[in-house]
Design a binder for this molecule. Structure first.
Ligand code: ADP
Length: 510
């Protein structure tokens, strides 16, 4: 099958969170299974790669009434064919030293969407599946079906929703700039934003993907159901309801090469997840010692509990703070590696760090640090994930691969991957962690208390939990099979019923 993945991230060299890891893990597995997979991402200025080659020196993309030059580069990375689009636009769209967080993110990714399609047009091949990820490239769906309808041979389009909160809201003029007639998309059936409190002329790019793609999936079965509700749908629930026959949920995997405690270059002591438990525990202890020495942490034997996360509202920052204080009270050590999502969040956690400056029971690192993340996963006893909502969540799966037991709020993909060890209604083999039902301090603290109690009072049972976690298979094998099945289904549907937009009619009025 010929598959094109279009996204804003590709790990490890352009990663801000889980998205980049999903693109590499899925693409690597699909490639290994004999499919032709091409990944297209922007060529950010911070990317430094050996072996990168110029693929197309110069091709044009329309923006604001002018044709702008672009260069396409290619590189083989993590066994995948990655194409990097260098936009030689005067605004320096991808010369910002970061992936997201610029005032003109909309213009940057709208430009990327059209330029990527211009590149595919030049290649002139028939593509079985154009696989779009999140709002950044959602506009490709309407672009392919309308502007490029007679110029691209794309059999089907799949949109994966990694997080429905981020939707890419903009004005009609933003569509005009890259050659669409913005006003013609400003209807309830097309790209008009659903939020009644916003300006009625607001365009919603993710909605465009949802309406125009041939199929949509969310990154876990539970999240696929949750986004159909007002609580989790961020005003797109009604749109998703109206197209729910084309919505499914496929659980993410984790890339076994990026996350392999046996070969992880960042660890002091490597360990084989399938090897002896004694070897694993010994190596984890050594990795603890490294961090203890590096950060002057307490020599106490209390459990090490921690979080590796973006510090955004979604991730339950108040609960993370509460978990830190609860861990200290229970005599444990807390490690937080968090990347703040806003200056306010940065300030808040800086203050917390100052407050605990003299404590040897807590480490707070407020940046994005790949190496430290690996070291923390390998040293912790428990990883806490108190997210208010979590589309899939990778950290709980990574933790288990490193023999660290997850403590999670039962939502989205956390609900699909972690099963409470005391929940007798779940088969014993599946019980792999601790789960709390409400995202409240009371519910979380009770569960944290249960986890610490097991750690102290029943080491044998705690160790058998570690053993079970290490044996679980969170690889991309099964999810990639499910994606292939879905690809085949939508290609077959499209062959039977091409360009069917009939489901966009008859939506509920606002
Ligand atoms: P999201 O994509 O919503 O941020 P996921 O759980 O899907 O959350 O993926 C998070 C990924 O980003 C994991 O690989 C995690 O290790 C990594 N990560 C998150 N925050 C940091 C950080 N501050 N430093 C290093 N890695 C981080």
């Amino acid at each position: 099958m010929k598959i094109v993945q279009l996204a804003a991230e590709f790990a490890p060299f352009a990663k801000a969170g889980g998205l980049g890891e999903v693109i590499v893990g899925l693409s690597r597995q699909l490639t290994r299974q004999g499919n032709q997979v091409d990944v297209i991402i922007p060529k950010y200025d911070f990317i430094e790669l050996s072996g990168i080659q110029m693929e197309i020196p110069d091709f044009k993309c329309l923006e604001s009434g002018r044709l702008h030059a672009n260069t396409m580069w290619k590189v083989k990375s993590e066994e995948c064919n990655v194409h990097l689009l260098e936009a030689r636009h005067p605004a320096g769209f991808f010369h910002r030293g970061k992936i997201y967080g610029c005032a003109d993110d909309i213009a940057r990714f709208i430009y990327f969407s059209r330029a990527a399609l211009e590149y595919l047009k030049l290649r002139g091949e028939t593509i079985d599946v154009l696989h779009l990820h999140d709002w950044h490239v959602s506009l490709c769906a309407p672009l392919v079906k309308d502007l490029f309808a007679s110029e691209l041979a794309i059999k089907s389009i799949l949109l994966t929703i990694h997080n429905v909160e981020y939707q890419g809201r903009c004005k009609t003029v933003d569509l005009d700039r890259i050659g669409l007639k913005g006003n013609s998309y400003l209807t309830r059936e097309k790209l008009q934003d659903n939020d009644p409190f916003r300006h009625p002329k607001t365009i919603n790019l993710l909605k465009g993907g949802i309406i125009y793609a041939d199929a949509i999936n969310a990154v876990s079965p539970t999240y696929a159901k949750e986004i159909l509700t007002p609580q989790f749908g961020f005003h797109l629930d009604t749109t998703l309801q109206s197209v729910k026959e084309k919505l499914t949920g496929i659980l993410n995997g984790i890339d076994q090469m990026l996350w392999d405690p046996a070969l992880d270059p960042y660890l002091t002591a490597n360990y084989n997840p399938k090897g002896s438990l004694e070897g694993v525990l010994l190596a984890k202890e050594k990795n603890k010692t490294t961090l203890r020495t590096q950060f002057n942490l307490s020599p106490k034997k209390g459990p090490w509990i921690g979080a590796v996360t973006r510090l955004a509202h979604q991730k339950g920052p108040e609960l993370i703070e509460e978990a830190a204080s609860q861990t200290l009270q229970l005599g444990g050590v807390f490690l937080l590696l968090g990347s703040p999502s806003s200056p306010e969040m940065q300030k808040h956690f800086e203050q917390l760090k100052t407050k605990h400056a003299s404590s040897r029971g807590i480490l707070i690192q407020l940046n994005y640090d790949e190496a430290l993340a690996h070291q923390i996963y390998s040293a912790l006893d428990f990883l806490i994930v108190p997210s208010l909502y979590e589309p899939c969540g990778l950290t709980q799966m990574i933790a288990m691969r490193y023999g660290t037991i997850p403590i999670v709020h039962a939502t989205g993909g956390l609900k699909d991957t972690v099963f409470d060890c005391e929940n007798l209604s779940v088969p014993t083999l599946q019980r792999n962690g601790f789960v709390f039902l409400e995202p409240t301090p009371a519910s979380m603290n009770t569960t944290l208390g249960r986890a610490v109690h097991l750690f102290r009072a029943n080491p044998t049972q705690f160790q058998s939990l570690i053993k079970k976690a290490l044996q679980l298979d969170f690889s991309w094998k099964k999810p990639a099979e499910e994606y292939l099945k879905l690809y085949r289904k939508i290609i077959a549907n499209q062959a039977e019923c091409p360009a069917d937009l009939s489901y966009t009619k008859g939506l509920d009025p606002l």
